[in-house]
Design a protein around this ligand. Structure first.
Ligand SMILES: [Zn+2]
Length: 95
């Protein structure tokens, strides 16, 4: 189980069975600080689901009221920036 800190709160990231996930790929529980990922999907899909749920949490925290389509678009856009720039975090940490 991983921990991801979002806006001052620690969220656990847990992989659960398809039954526990009720068929969903990913779920976010803002009130229990949990991100749940369906364990049966590929690692690439799990990464996408993790980002997707993180964006849902950010949306909830800041009240931006994103649509599901906007969450999907931001998920893939932000993920592409990180994948296309493997040293990005290291560069950002210099400043
Ligand atoms: Zn969603």
């Amino acid at each position: 189980m991983d921990i991801i800190r979002i806006s001052g709160l620690n969220y656990s990231v847990e992989e659960l069975s398809p039954d526990e996930m009720n068929g969903n790929i990913g779920l976010a529980d803002f009130n229990r600080q949990r991100i749940m990922i369906n364990s049966t999907f590929s690692n690439q899909t799990k990464i996408i689901a993790r980002w997707h749920e993180m964006i849902h949490i950010i949306d909830t925290v800041y009240g931006t009221k994103l649509t599901e389509e906007q969450v999907v678009t931001l998920t893939h856009g932000i993920l592409a920036v990180f994948l296309d720039n493997p040293g990005l975090l290291e560069t950002l940490n210099k400043y």
